[in-house]
Design a binder for this molecule. Structure first.
Ligand code: SF4
Length: 168
């Protein structure tokens, strides 16, 4: 299995979710959040298709890539800027670099907050991502699923009922 931007994101959210997702245990079709996320992409920027391309590269699917200016636009429905989102975009930049596309930057967009954050990749980030890739492989190849994290984010997770079946 290859590391993908989704796995990089999940690594920063919850190692158990990372393991479940990587081992093809999925409940996303029942998740309102995923549905809302899709709707957000479709409704927030209806003009986008003319300006940006969808790009699939090295296991990553980048929804909005401005090839002319080498800028990745990643849209999030969250009402909070999250570290995991930043790492996802950094990973896109990292993968593009590995495929010979230099000088790419990213913009994280939060339409609900009308806020944007610039993302770039530093030398330290590159080293960190190499370590994270190895750690992800180590986690997902384990026989056992990591323990629940008992965090406030669990209630919004598509695995909530699965993880807390004895409690809900
Ligand atoms: S419900 Fe919580 S512990 Fe379970 S996968 Fe989701 S975030 Fe992780």
């Amino acid at each position: 299995m290859n590391v993908t931007a989704t796995l990089i994101n999940l690594y920063h959210v919850c190692k158990r979710e990372l393991w479940l997702h990587a081992n093809n245990i999925r409940f996303e079709h029942t998740s309102d959040l995923v549905y809302e996320g899709k709707m957000l992409h479709e409704t927030s920027y209806p003009q986008r298709s003319e300006r940006y391309e969808e790009l699939e590269i090295g296991g990553c699917k980048i929804d909005f890539y401005d090839a002319k200016n080498k800028v990745i636009h990643e849209i999030k429905k969250s009402d909070k800027i999250e570290e995991a989102h930043e790492w996802q975009v950094k990973y896109y930049i990292y993968v593009l670099e590995k495929n010979g596309v230099e000088g790419v930057t990213g913009i994280l967009e939060y339409p609900s907050m009308r806020q944007k954050t610039s993302v770039c990749l530093t030398e330290e980030d590159r080293r960190m991502l190499m370590d994270v890739e190895q750690d992800i492989m180590r986690i997902i190849e384990k026989e056992e699923c990591p323990l629940v994290i008992k965090s406030r984010i669990c209630k919004k997770c598509s695995y909530y009922e699965f993880c807390y079946v004895d409690e809900v």
